[in-house]
Design a protein around this ligand. Structure first.
Ligand SMILES: NC(=O)c1ccc[n+]([C@@H]2O[C@H](COP(=O)([O-])OP(=O)(O)OC[C@H]3O[C@@H](n4cnc5c(N)ncnc54)[C@H](O)[C@@H]3O)[C@@H](O)[C@H]2O)c1
Length: 387
């Protein structure tokens, strides 16, 4: 009998389909089942891969064929399925966003607390990018000194109308609970909290359907303040082309720019505050070196595979995860707070009151008059351009 971790994937559309390929490349686990409410799709994949097909997570969990699952269904179902899996004694790796709103994630965390021996992981694959790993290491080491200001522009998530029309759940309050903040930006919002921690206040402006026929936000500008006085501006959009992804950090040691997977550190000779306080030159500025920070090459775009590999090793050998699912509450709190601030026209102080956001979301769902256009296309899409 194989001692490999027995994995099942729940939701085998675009992303879940991609995970099936990743699992085939790993030698520490074996795929034992696929599960999708789309019966023909589940049957087709099961036949191709010579594994069992299930058409609901309940049936899959009842069968006890899997030690661990990967959940790649639309977002709302992450909560229901993850809780059911953990209560059935099954390890969970859930796709991002971990859930749609803070209350749901608190329920998932409670399920993990009931079953503390299980591994509960999140697919924050962008944490495996070498430039992100290096930036995190340098921030944590104190190399940049105190951070004063963060400017992050993430407008390279361009999505066409055809993308939004390709799934009934996409870009509606009922289907995914938000737009760019809930679907594309969970990655950067996770990195944001991973690098800088959580702000104290958020004031955001979210444009609804600025570029697309959808009912949720596709353009956002948020201003955040931290307890220690640092500030941040986070901008995102799915309507601009060519987009930009640029993170600029003003710090005591100068300025850091992360762009195109490169980190340039404009390092001042002295701390900026020391120079400011001691120079006798009225219009002087500190001397600066431009440092091209060495970064390992990212190999083969296998971000998701690395997260799955770490998940399986955490189950089999107790090693570290790339991201614990509990940490997913932060990116959701940021996204929920941005939508809440914009809709209510107010500054939100964190921690966000999860009940207030939940009530707002229920109102948006109840009062929706949006008629969704769905153009059926194959679910077996090439996801390589999606990340
Ligand atoms: N980490 C990443 O880089 C990344 C990229 C894309 C999507 N995602 C995430 O993956 C998830 C799925 O997105 P997608 O683009 O693959 O969507 P998709 O619509 O292509 O696929 C979703 C699949 O789930 C199935 N499904 C729906 N409800 C189900 C249920 N209750 N039980 C079992 N199967 C169910 C659908 O039939 C479909 O096959 C989303 O949460 C999304 O945010 C992550």
């Amino acid at each position: 009998m194989s001692d490999k971790v027995k994995l099942a994937v729940i939701g085998i559309g675009g992303m879940g389909g991609n995970h099936l390929g990743s699992i085939q490349k790993l030698d520490n686990c074996e795929l034992v089942a696929v599960c999708d409410i789309d019966k023909p799709l589940a049957d087709k994949k099961a036949k191709e891969l010579d594994v069992e097909a299930y058409y609901s997570h309940e049936e899959l969990l009842k069968s006890k064929v899997a030690d661990a699952v990967i959940i790649a269904t639309p977002h709302y179902d992450h909560t229901t399925i993850a809780i059911a899996a953990m209560d059935a004694g099954v390890h969970v790796l859930t796709e991002k966003p971990v859930g749609v709103h803070k209350l749901d994630i608190e329920k998932m965390i409670a399920a993990h607390e009931r079953n503390p021996k299980l591994i509960f992981a999140a697919m924050f694959n962008q944490r495996t990018v070498e430039a992100h790993k290096k930036l995190k290491k340098l921030i944590d080491s104190g190399e940049f000194g105190a951070i004063k200001r963060i400017n992050w522009t993430v407008t390279n998530w361009f999505r066409s109308q055809c993308y939004y029309d390709g799934g009934g759940w996409r870009a509606t309050w009922e289907g995914e609970g938000g737009g760019v903040l809930m679907n594309q930006c969970p990655h950067q919002l996770d990195l944001f909290q991973w690098f800088f921690g959580m702000p104290k206040t958020i004031r955001a402006f979210c444009s609804i359907a600025k570029y697309h026929n959808i009912e949720v936000e596709d353009d956002v500008t948020a201003f955040m303040e931290y307890e220690d006085g640092k500030t941040a501006v986070f901008i995102t959009s799915t309507g601009e082309a060519p987009g930009t992804e640029r993170l600029e950090i003003a710090c005591e040691r100068g300025k850091v720019v992360l762009e195109n997977h490169k980190i340039i550190f404009h390092r001042t000779e002295e701390l900026v505050s020391e120079f400011c306080a001691t120079t006798e030159e009225r219009f002087g500025t500190p001397a600066v070196w431009e440092v091209d920070v060495p970064i390992k090459e990212d190999k083969g775009g296998a971000q998701h595979q690395k997260v799955i590999d770490a998940y399986v090793n955490a189950i089999a050998k107790g090693t570290e995860l790339i991201a614990k699912a509990e940490e997913g509450i932060n990116s959701i709190e940021l996204a929920n707070a941005m939508i809440y601030s914009s809709m209510k026209n107010e500054t939100v102080t964190l921690p966000l009151d999860g009940n207030k956001f939940y009530d707002l979301l229920q109102d948006l769902i109840k009062n929706s008059t949006f008629k969704k256009t769905v153009v059926e296309t194959s679910k077996e899409v090439d996801m390589s351009a999606s990340f």
